[in-house]
Design a protein around this ligand. Structure first.
Ligand SMILES: Nc1ncnc2c1ncn2[C@@H]1O[C@H](COP(=O)(O)OP(=O)(O)OP(=O)(O)O)[C@@H](O)[C@H]1O
Length: 271
């Protein structure tokens, strides 16, 4: 990773133990345990409605855990001041339009908020960094455009640039390649790999198992309210497990996945 969006320099460890997640009294998943630390990419696969976003929002302190333990560097996430948390963790949500017609550059500058003194305005250096982050995603030409008047894929890239401008130690990305064309999917995956190489921790969800294979150091499956893993990709992604996860036959799964993926899974231990 070049210097533009280098992590803040502090090592980070996010740890969930026996976590129960959900909305109000509605439990979505229970008994979830995972740890993520510097310089690794953990990918999460799961069906629609399986609880990936709910888990991410809980890890980010945006939803209260319904049970279990959630610690950032040994301290409960709920006890971290929001500003300090925002200096450590950035979130790339699924792309949506905003009610306000912000310019793209201003959207990215919002990523600097936790790094500025309270009520301070962004400075030239913040603007330069924001532009650099847009350039990393190949969309610096959008800087002056209205955020609501760009395409869904462009918005996705801008949201990633905003998260990079935050210079987090952990980047949580909810389906970062959804709505991107083939080339931009590849460029975003390459960029995520460079962030990891630069020491950032990355937790991402995807509906494309081959993307997890391409970048993840460890893989987890969120299946019927339980977390399988995180563990080595080959250990976790067996044909049987993925077929059950997506409710297809093993044959359908193998036919649909790229050959590189099915060959790698073929080496996985049988269940
Ligand atoms: N705000 C909410 N209030 C109540 N239930 C919710 C809320 N948001 C999501 N849910 C429910 O929680 C469950 C998990 O949803 P979640 O969005 O976490 O799944 P997901 O794995 O991210 O799905 P997708 O892959 O479709 O984005 C679903 O049953 C969903 O209907």
């Amino acid at each position: 990773m070049n210097g533009a969006a280098a992590p803040s320099g502090q090592a980070l460890r996010l740890q969930a133990r026996g976590l129960r997640i959900g909305h109000g009294r509605r439990v979505v998943a229970d008994g979830l345990s995972l740890t993520i630390g510097p310089g690794e990419i953990v990918a999460l696969l799961g069906p629609n409605g399986g609880g990936k976003t709910t888990l991410f929002r809980t890890l980010l302190g945006l939803l209260p855990p319904l049970g279990g333990q959630l610690l950032l560097d040994g301290r409960a996430v709920a006890d971290w001041p929001r500003r300090a948390l925002a200096q450590r963790i950035a979130y790339v949500p699924q792309a949506t339009t905003s009610h306000f017609g912000y310019a793209v550059l201003d959207m990215v500058l919002m990523g600097r908020a936790a790094r500025l003194a309270p009520l301070a305005q962004p400075q030239a250096a913040d603007r330069a960094l924001a532009l650099q982050c847009l350039a990393l995603l190949g969309v610096e030409q959008l800087a002056g455009r209205n955020h609501n008047e760009i395409s869904g894929g462009e918005r996705q890239l801008v949201l990633i640039a905003r998260a990079l401008a935050q210079q987090p130690a952990l980047l949580v990305m909810d389906e970062p390649t959804a709505s991107l064309d083939f080339g931009n999917q590849q460029r975003v995956l390459d960029q995520i790999g460079r962030l990891r190489d630069g020491g950032m921790a990355v937790l991402l969800s995807t509906h494309q198992p081959e993307h997890a294979l391409a970048v993840a150091d460890r893989l987890a499956l969120l299946h019927e309210g339980r977390l399988i893993g995180p563990g080595a990709v080959e250990e976790i992604a067996t044909v049987q497990r993925l077929a059950a996860l997506y409710r297809v036959s093993a044959q359908q799964l193998i036919e649909r996945l790229p050959r590189s993926w099915s060959e790698r899974m073929a080496r996985a231990p049988a269940e």
